[in-house]
Design a protein around this ligand. Structure first.
Ligand code: PGA
Length: 253
């Protein structure tokens, strides 16, 4: 069976800490206007949380919305944090968890990421869980081991049915925002290794079902090589998702 008949194909844009509200709404409109027929491809945008509700309204069901981060408690004295209940309340469907900037700039541990994954399911959000190795971990030959332990930790206590709604994004940290994209072969080989970890944890059927996205300097000129590979089910795009034209060129690969 070809990948296209068994797995979802997902093109996601992570806007990070960019856009004002009017900029975000203009971007959504331009993306929707240029979308055309994308068959079964799914498009998700991850705007800054303060714009979420307006962006959800503007998306009119054509594209989905997720937020970039949340805390794992429902409510409480956690100044500056956003709860899963609040994310749900914006109308967002997805939540990005464990992005490398959260792990490495804000010090999020595997344990915290697992709590966030559990919280996502508890509140009916679909997690997009990011994993990826640092440059020195790759140079030391430890990439697979590092990513395997991130996947195992994120999935701790997560059941088979919940896994049917998980998306994983492999984003090698050395490729994020650096212009150094992983070669399609490097990315595909890591995606296969992630799928093997999922098979060991949940069996082949689930492993074959979970979409695994690649992220890290994805651009219109490198999407073709990446997306043509068997185990790359879509992409998580940072910089190139902030301009409608380049994001659309990626979606239309
Ligand atoms: P980039 O970011 O495409 O700008 O490298 C990817 C990401 O951080 O999700």
């Amino acid at each position: 069976m070809s990948r296209k008949s068994q797995r979802r194909e997902i093109f996601a844009g992570n806007w990070k800490m960019y856009t004002t509200l009017s900029g975000a709404l203009d971007l959504v409109k331009e993306i929707i206007d240029g979308l055309g027929d994308i068959a079964n491809r799914e498009v998700i945008v991850f705007p800054p949380a303060v714009h979420a509700r307006e962006v959800v309204k503007a998306c009119t069901g054509k594209i989905s919305v997720g937020l970039q981060n949340m805390y794992f408690e429902k409510e409480g004295a956690f100044t500056g944090e956003i709860s899963p209940l609040m994310v749900k309340d914006t109308g967002s469907r997805y939540i990005l968890i464990g992005h490398s900037e959260r792990r490495h700039v804000f010090g999020e541990s595997d344990g915290m990421i697992n709590k966030k994954v559990r919280a996502a399911y508890e509140y009916g959000l679909e997690p997009v869980v990011c994993v990826g190795e640092l440059l020195d971990e790759r140079e030391a030959g430890n990439s697979e081991k590092v990513v395997e332990s991130q996947v195992r930790a994120a999935c701790e206590g997560i059941g088979v049915d919940q896994m049917k709604k998980m998306i994983i994004a492999y984003e090698p940290v050395w490729a994020i925002g650096t212009g150094k994209v992983a070669t399609p072969e490097v990315a595909d080989s890591m995606h296969k290794s992630i799928r093997n970890v999922l098979a060991a944890l949940y069996g082949n059927e689930i492993a074959a079902m979970v979409p695994i996205l690649y992220g890290g300097s994805v651009k219109p000129d490198n999407i073709g090589g990446l997306f043509s590979l068997e185990d790359i089910d879509g992409v998580l795009v940072g910089g190139a998702s902030l301009k409608a034209k380049s994001f659309l060129d990626i979606i239309h690969v």
